[in-house]
Write a protein that binds this ligand. Structure first.
Ligand SMILES: Cc1cc2nc3c(=O)[nH]c(=O)nc-3n(C[C@H](O)[C@H](O)[C@H](O)COP(=O)(O)OP(=O)(O)OC[C@H]3O[C@@H](n4cnc5c(N)ncnc54)[C@H](O)[C@@H]3O)c2cc1C
Length: 301
């Protein structure tokens, strides 16, 4: 069977793309491995109309609404390979060995976060250790910390004081210049140069951090900007172009979500460095609409 469109990734971006296609009465299959990026957080925030809901509930409601459309289908599986097979044909192989064909692909496979190997950090990720103050800052107890793992930490340290008293732990990785130090001081940010070696307290709660010199500093919430990598190899297998983002590689798309490979569209965290669920949903909508348009306009339009 050949689908009109296969969407790989059934989270905020992929389901949004599929919804547009289903509403255009097009046959669309979503293939999803079921591991959205924010699955570590008990609640999602900042998504209009869904603020405070568990991520799985938001996505569950979205799937239920999508599958009301008779031309929409969902398959729980991991797509392990993708290739172009002809002018209007892409082939996808799933981890159960099955092989699927589609005229168009939408990649909404997201990114993976690469966290530093620090004792006590992984078990707090999405709870008391988070990356986005807009998503989770309001719920954190104070005082707060920003743990450098990337130069973006300086930007985070400027933001975070609006959520509570803040210490920037430089980890020997970032060194504010005189201007930056003055701006951080004006925001009341304390700078700690001794590296953090351990997170303290009964996880997922956080009571503080232990420094290399043995001191401990009370911190109830910690921000970190993880480096990211593509969550799936499909775009690379298809020959899609990438660009360097501030935290990791991003899939190159035009303003509609068209990748460098005609007929392959993309949306969500894989295409932008400023990531959140509403933005992923919006770019998924664009990719779905662009895929739909290409079905009747052709690949070169
Ligand atoms: C800890 C944490 C908390 C967050 N909290 C918030 C919040 O409160 N509010 C907010 O707006 N944003 C939040 N975010 C950001 C938000 O999670 C992302 O922006 C959003 O999930 C991106 O959506 P996406 O559809 O692009 O990718 P994802 O949600 O990551 O979904 C990608 C989907 O593709 C699937 N997939 C990947 N590869 C394959 C494959 N080969 N075959 C089949 N399926 C595949 C995955 O299993 C997954 O289901 C948070 C992020 C993190 C890390």
């Amino acid at each position: 069977m050949k689908y009109e469109v296969i969407v790989v990734g059934g989270s905020f971006a992929g389901l949004s793309a599929a919804l547009q296609l289903a509403r255009a009465r097009r046959q669309v299959l979503v293939v999803d491995a079921g591991a959205p990026r924010n699955r570590f957080a008990a609640h999602a925030h900042g998504f209009l109309g869904h603020d405070g809901k568990p991520p799985a509930q938001i996505l569950g409601e979205a799937v239920e609404q999508l599958l009301r459309y008779p031309s929409a289908m969902l398959r729980q599986a991991t797509a392990v390979s993708a290739a172009r097979e002809g002018e209007e044909e892409f082939r996808l192989t799933l981890d159960d060995g099955s092989s699927l064909a589609a005229r168009r692909l939408v990649l909404a496979t997201g990114v993976r976060d690469e966290l530093p190997p620090l004792a006590g950090l992984h078990e707090r990720w999405g709870n008391t250790v988070v990356h986005c103050p807009y998503c989770h800052g309001y719920e954190l107890e104070t005082p707060l910390g920003v743990l450098a793992w990337h130069p973006v930490a300086l930007h985070q340290a400027m933001l975070v004081p609006d959520w509570g008293p803040t210490t920037l732990f430089t980890q020997g990785l970032v060194e504010p210049d005189a201007d930056e130090a003055a701006r951080l001081a004006a925001r009341g940010v304390h700078i700690e140069h001794q590296p953090v070696v351990e997170l303290l307290g009964e996880a997922p709660a956080l009571d503080g951090v232990r420094l290399a010199d043995g001191r401990s500093v009370p911190v109830r919430g910690l921000f970190i900007a993880p480096r990211t990598r593509m969550a799936s190899p499909l775009a690379e297998q298809l020959g899609c172009a990438f660009e360097d983002g501030p935290l990791g590689p991003l899939l190159r798309v035009d303003g509609t979500g068209q990748t460098s490979v005609p007929g392959v569209f993309a949306g969500g965290d894989a295409v932008t460095a400023f990531t959140n669920a509403p933005r992923a949903a919006a770019s998924g909508v664009l990719a779905g609409v662009a895929a739909h348009r290409s079905l009747f306009m052709g690949l070169s339009a």
